[in-house]
Design a binder for this molecule. Structure first.
Ligand SMILES: *Cc1c(COP(=O)(O)O)cnc(C)c1O
Length: 418
């Protein structure tokens, strides 16, 4: 058995990434320019979307998508509690109210049936409907509490999260959003390779936002992209990403461009650099090959753990592609003598790094204090959080390392049977 600590995450790169970045540096054009345009075009083709706009983060993409879709003061933004900070904070930038939802315990994605019930309650605008839905168990107590205080509020957007790289039920999410007259703006930070019904998720919903953060399946260090079939919305996002200016720097400073520009509205500084885009293009070119490796590792884990009664393994989609950004096992209550914190410690002692995705948003002080959330408000998300362990899953894991992870997990389960 080879030794050495197996980190939870490790970036993958080869000489072609280094060369691509070096070429941009030598070119003298470092900010948004030809490489960024090329990356956008290649990414749109990969996703099967009409338009792609590169940004400096997924957070920026979600923010501008909500803004461009008309989300504003007092609007409800419906999303999962089981996600990263960014998903809900962008609504707060705009004065909107994040309304959190519990998860389907099988997929760990937002529960679409609760979404439909909540949209119905918002449309009816009466407090009684919300209370009935909560009593009947159709929406989580935490969701009902926020909705009950906002009878008659407009649903600004629905923001599903493709957790770990497994697609949400986009048909059900789309139907619920349509019933509320709201766009679907997906958080696809984990889901560059994810498909649903045979289509990449970037082609589904109204807008889809991707992350190229350091740990994500396709990385530019920091970076993001939004995809959409709506040309006007794409142009608005592009303009908002560069101070609300009518032309970008590339169009202004090259021989073909001119010095004139107009500030159309108050925008932001969210553009991606060509240095980052070059890295993104290099990674996009080998994305499917690296994804095959991720999928093979996930399959190996699922085989190796199939007979471990202490673990709930991640759901795999039927016929569709899971991006396998994360491989999250959940410890079954009462099957082990140790808790999740101790399990992670035991992994570490055996040389295996791991992590936890996610601490539900409603348990963080920001959201807790805003809406008086407490334990019990989102039972499925809380149970998942208490039990979740994310194992190392990245293309540069060697077969030997994968086997060491398998052996460590098996040994901990077997030595700690309750
Ligand atoms: C990483 C992540 C984000 C944020 O991505 P950035 O590119 O860092 O802004 C948003 N949502 C989820 C679910 C993430 O994991």
């Amino acid at each position: 058995m080879s030794e050495g600590f197996i980190p939870f995450s490790r970036p993958y790169f080869d000489d072609s990434d280094v060369e691509a970045v070096a070429a941009v540096i030598r070119s003298g054009w470092w900010t948004t320019g030809p490489r960024t345009r090329e990356f956008e075009e290649a990414f749109a083709v990969y996703q099967g979307a009409e338009h792609a706009v590169a940004l400096n983060s997924c957070t920026a993409g979600l923010h501008l998508a909500l803004l461009a879709a008309g989300v504003g003061e007092g609007d409800l933004v419906l999303t999962s509690t089981y996600t990263f900070a960014a998903t809900a904070e962008v609504g707060l930038y705009l004065g909107a109210v994040p309304v959190l939802f519990d998860i389907d315990p099988r997929t760990m994605n937002l529960e679409a049936s609760a979404l439909a019930a909540a949209v119905e309650c918002a449309a009816e605008g009466d407090r009684g409907a919300v209370e009935r839905a909560a009593d009947e168990g159709r929406v989580a107590p935490g969701t009902a509490r926020v909705l009950a205080g906002r009878a008659g509020a407009r649903v600004g957007a629905v923001v599903p999260v493709h957790f770990a790289g497994l697609a949400c039920d986009m048909d059900a999410v789309g139907r619920a959003a349509a019933a509320g007259g709201a766009p679907v703006i997906a958080d696809a930070a984990h889901a560059v390779e994810t498909t649903s019904g045979g289509a990449h998720v970037g082609a589904l919903g109204d807008v889809c936002a991707f992350s190229f953060y350091a740990t994500k399946n396709l990385s530019t260090g920091e970076g993001g992209m939004v995809t959409t079939d709506d040309g006007e919305l794409a142009e608005r996002v592009r303009r908002l990403s560069l101070h609300g200016i009518s032309k970008d720097a590339w169009n202004r400073y090259t021989a073909e461009g001119s010095w004139y520009y107009e500030i159309m509205e108050a925008g932001y500084k969210y553009n991606l650099t060509d240095i980052a885009a070059a890295l993104g293009l290099a990674q996009l070119g080998r994305l499917d090959r690296l994804h095959d490796r991720r999928a093979r590792i996930a399959t190996r884990y699922s085989e190796a753990f199939a007979d471990l009664g202490a673990l709930t393994l991640p759901a795999a989609p039927d016929g569709d592609t899971h991006a396998w950004h994360l491989y999250v096992v959940r410890l079954r209550p009462d099957t082990l003598r140790i808790d999740r914190a101790r399990f992670i410690e035991e992994l570490r002692e055996r040389g295996v790094g791991s992590s936890v995705h996610f601490i539900p948003l409603h348990l963080h002080p920001l959201h807790r204090d805003m809406h008086g959330y407490r334990r019990g408000d989102f039972p499925a998300a809380e149970a998942a959080y208490d039990a979740a362990v994310s194992l190392p899953l990245y293309p540069s894991l060697t077969d030997g390392e994968v086997e060491r992870v398998c052996e460590a997990v098996r040994a901990i389960c077997e030595e700690n049977v309750a």
